[in-house]
Design a binder for this molecule. Structure first.
Ligand code: SF4
Length: 288
């Protein structure tokens, strides 16, 4: 990966962001990689050398690492295992799988995983990739002699605002949240691991497409607007419903289509420049 510094940020910030102590150990694939959409995982491997990232985009990742480190240091005397990499006992479909435990509570047999994320993500509950990652970690933990009874996400909300919390319904009640995660049965977890391994391996020879869920697709909506207004009075999934509402309400309300977006492709996928699926979809959205 190559770094650029679009905003001419000072050296200490650049160095801190570039510092990378990530080490997947002696494994062929990590659980974090396995839960990615296979297309993303494989394109990242192919274009590893060409991926360009701006220092500003790596900033929150760096903050996340700092928080991890601080929490780890303050966990030394507790009844927990922290930051331990675990490996599969044998090759699975030809690959050694590893995963890093953020924290394992010895008394309660709970795996906790810290996620540095946004309030929007927290409001939408645990992402399926997070649930998958924790359950794969549970599988590795059991294999390494640690029983698992509970899974938990500790969400650290980087954009939390107390004042917004007072005004917004369903806003997270605190900047740090404990979110319990469904623990799969061993059979389901084994099945899940095998299907992710299969999808990852077959993507190397036959690149699959990303699903709307993989792309974090938000469908088009129809906004009802006051004359001259930009903020929607109401949003509807269908144009018919929006028009009927505007007509019934009178007051010269108008209806505006807001195009759907693929949030991951547009803002969070490092391989978007090399992804023909996304480039095609973007071109056809412009033509619409
Ligand atoms: S750009 Fe979008 S479609 Fe392409 S790999 Fe990334 S998430 Fe998938």
């Amino acid at each position: 990966m190559r770094w650029i510094n679009k905003f001419n940020l000072p050296d200490p910030v650049v160095k801190a962001v570039q510092r990378d102590n990530y080490n997947p150990g002696k494994s062929d694939v990590t659980v974090t990689r396995l839960v990615l959409p296979p297309r993303v995982a494989v394109l990242q491997e192919i274009h590893r050398e060409h991926i360009v990232e701006d220092i500003s985009d790596g900033f929150f990742r760096m903050l996340g690492k700092c928080v991890h480190k601080l929490l780890e240091e303050n966990d030394a005397d507790t009844d927990a295992i922290v930051e331990r990499r675990l490996y599969s006992a044998e090759r699975l479909q030809g690959l050694i799988v590893s995963g890093q435990l953020d924290r394992y509570e010895l008394k309660t047999h709970t795996i906790q995983d810290y996620k540095f994320t946004t309030c929007y993500s927290a409001q939408n509950g645990a992402k399926s990739e997070w649930v998958g990652q924790l359950n794969l970690l549970a599988l590795l933990a059991r294999e390494n002699g640690f029983p698992v009874e509970n899974l938990e996400l500790i969400l650290l909300l980087r954009d939390y605002s107390k004042t917004q919390g007072e005004r917004t319904p369903n806003y997270p009640p605190s900047p740090v949240l404990r979110v319990p995660v469904e623990l799969f049965s061993e059979e389901k977890a084994e099945w899940y691991l095998n299907s992710r391994l299969q999808a990852y391996i077959s993507a190397k020879s036959n690149l699959p497409v990303c699903s709307p869920e993989d792309q974090w697709r938000r469908p088009a909506v129809f906004a009802v607007l006051k004359p001259g207004g930009k903020r929607a009075v109401r949003l509807f999934d269908s144009e018919e419903e929006a028009c009927a509402y505007a007509e019934a309400a009178g007051s010269n309300l108008s209806v505006q289509k807001r195009c759907g977006t693929s949030i991951r492709c547009e803002s969070y996928c490092s391989v978007a420049p090399w992804c023909d699926q996304y480039q095609r979809e973007k071109a056809s959205a412009v033509e619409e």
